[in-house]
Design a protein around this ligand. Structure first.
Ligand code: AMP
Ligand code: MG
Length: 494
């Protein structure tokens, strides 16, 4: 067989409009590294849907061309292992940095935004320490599925662009080993993390903090840059506005996870993007039932990153970020911005949960106070009935009818199984009466809009552990990739 990395002529992926944005910051922020060479390059997943953002059509890129670029990472885009520290499970760790990935290239999308190609599993770097710099194939498959599902559920997330199997055997404590290997390319807004700033603070490099902040504003918060808002007179004011906006973006993101029933599982500050985008999916899980204590990572012994703690730990992460930012932003300004985290979170969470029930919060829609009451009753119902979190919304979607507005007893008519305990029946009845009142408060013509929202917000397909394992078992046992492709297709189609 020819070397799969042999240059393929006129490869459109090599002539993308690469921009050396992060590279232009200089050598204080990264190490130049070389990608690993692998015994095998089998293309397992190419996310053709993302090509439109790059101004390419799927037909314009052959698999050979794809593998050449997203398996071999040829120059000119440099391979930059990003330097960062971070708080891991509450403890500061200065021994971090890209240990199995690097920033390969940055490209301006046709939407005008700058995007990163970030690798995972592409080989060892100065930050690998004892690690092998590799990604298991199962880890890659799981990240593809998580990002597609989150995207479908309206979460602001990075995506997987490419997954190539690399033919090595890996040893892991948390997977039957030896296990198969892969190299992934992530498509994200930025890989600059809270921890990127924390490292510069640990090094007492105020100059580098300011330089990085200017970079972040220029590329990811351009509306805050001087010439766009003439009334902002000082740099300090611009930086303060940045922090306030980041707080809001993160509050919105957590509200999106919570509504989706998603537990990220490892919310260390090195996994928090400075753009407020969700990324880096390791031992994540979607909740089977509503349970604030649900913990996804087996190594999260005290449940620090359990489902219900996500708002609190993200607020804590934002608090920790104040230490480096104090170099350039007033402490009290950051404190008052952070005080807005919970109100913002609560508002977005309420809005999005109501949307999953087909409803819009607003003056001529469902008033805030009514929305809050419905939210509390819904949570009580989900918690006490222990129904499938996902299925509750799917059944609501499937059974919804305009007649629910006139007749409360039609609402989720056969939802209760025989033998349901009396107290749960009561909680359900009270929920049903309240939902009915809300429907009645809306005009008849709103019922169609509710049906449309229910369909939009509640895909039938879901991604609990058994679904992931089913897909993985077919790959592991028979090298059958069809269930995986079918699931990805279903997630994005519906
Ligand atoms: P993560 O939990 O994936 O966010 O990774 C935390 C840190 O460990 C980062 O610095 C990673 O680059 C590093 N790391 C994780 N797995 C490996 C590995 N197999 N080889 C080298 N470094 C790794
Ligand atoms: Mg990480």
């Amino acid at each position: 067989m020819d070397n799969p990395l042999t240059p393929v002529s006129d490869n459109p992926l090599r002539s993308l409009p690469y921009e050396p944005a992060f590279e232009s910051l200089g050598e204080d922020y990264f190490d130049r590294v070389a990608p690993a060479e692998f015994p095998q390059y089998s293309l397992r997943f190419r996310n053709d849907r993302l090509l439109a953002t790059l101004g390419l059509s799927p037909k314009a890129v052959t698999d050979e061309q794809w593998i050449e670029v997203f398996g071999g990472f040829p120059a000119p885009p440099p391979c930059l292992a990003m330097r960062y520290h971070g708080y891991q499970f509450g403890e500061y760790n200065p021994n971090l940095g890209d240990g199995r990935g690097f920033l390969y290239g940055q490209v301006r999308g046709v939407d005008g935004e700058l995007y990163d190609f970030g690798t995972k599993g592409s080989g060892r770097t100065p930050y690998s320490r004892g690690g092998d710099g590799r990604l298991t194939l199962k880890g890659g498959v799981r990240e593809v599925l998580a990002s597609e599902m989150l995207q479908r559920l309206g979460v602001r997330t990075s995506r997987c662009l490419s997954l190539i199997e690399t033919g090595e055997q890996l040893w892991r404590g948390d997977e039957p080993s030896p296990t198969r290997s892969s190299v992934m390319v992530r498509f994200s807004r930025s890989h600059i993390r809270f921890g990127t700033f924390e490292r510069l603070h640990a090094l007492s490099r105020k100059d580098l903090i300011e330089k990085l902040l200017d970079h972040v504003l220029q590329y990811y918060y351009p509306h805050l840059v001087e010439d766009r808002i003439p009334e902002v007179s000082s740099k300090a004011e611009r930086y303060a506005r940045f922090y306030a906006e980041l707080v809001q973006r993160v509050a919105d993101l957590v509200a999106q996870w919570m509504t989706a029933g998603f537990c990220h599982a490892v919310l260390n500050t090195d996994n928090m993007s400075i753009t407020g985008e969700s990324f880096d999916y390791g031992p994540y899980a979607f909740i089977p039932q509503y349970n604030l204590g649900f913990t996804a990572a087996y190594f999260d012994y005290f449940g620090r990153y359990c489902y219900g703690n996500q708002p609190e730990v993200c607020a804590w992460n934002l608090q920790m970020l104040q230490a480096p930012l104090r170099a350039v932003i007033d402490r009290s300004e950051m404190e008052s911005a952070l005080a807005q985290f919970y109100p913002r979170y609560q508002t977005t969470y309420r809005q999005r949960m109501l949307l999953r029930m087909g409803l819009e919060v607003g003056l001529d829609q469902v008033p805030e106070a009514v929305a809050e009451e419905l939210l509390q009753r819904t949570i009580k119902l989900l918690f006490e009935s222990k129904v499938s979190y996902h299925n509750f919304f799917v059944v609501l979607k499937q059974q919804f009818q305009g007649s629910w507005r006139s007749e409360a007893s039609h609402i989720l008519k056969d939802a209760l199984e025989e033998g349901t305990p009396d107290d749960v029946v009561q909680v359900f009845e009270s929920w049903r009466q309240f939902y009915h009142q809300v429907l009645q408060s809306l005009p008849e013509r709103e019922m169609d809009a509710i049906a449309t929202r229910l369909t939009q917000q509640n895909p039938t397909v879901f991604l609990l552990k058994p679904e992931i394992e089913r897909v993985w078992d077919a790959i592991a046992q028979e090298d059958n990739w069809q269930p995986f492709y079918d699931l990805v297709e279903q997630i994005s189609q519906e």
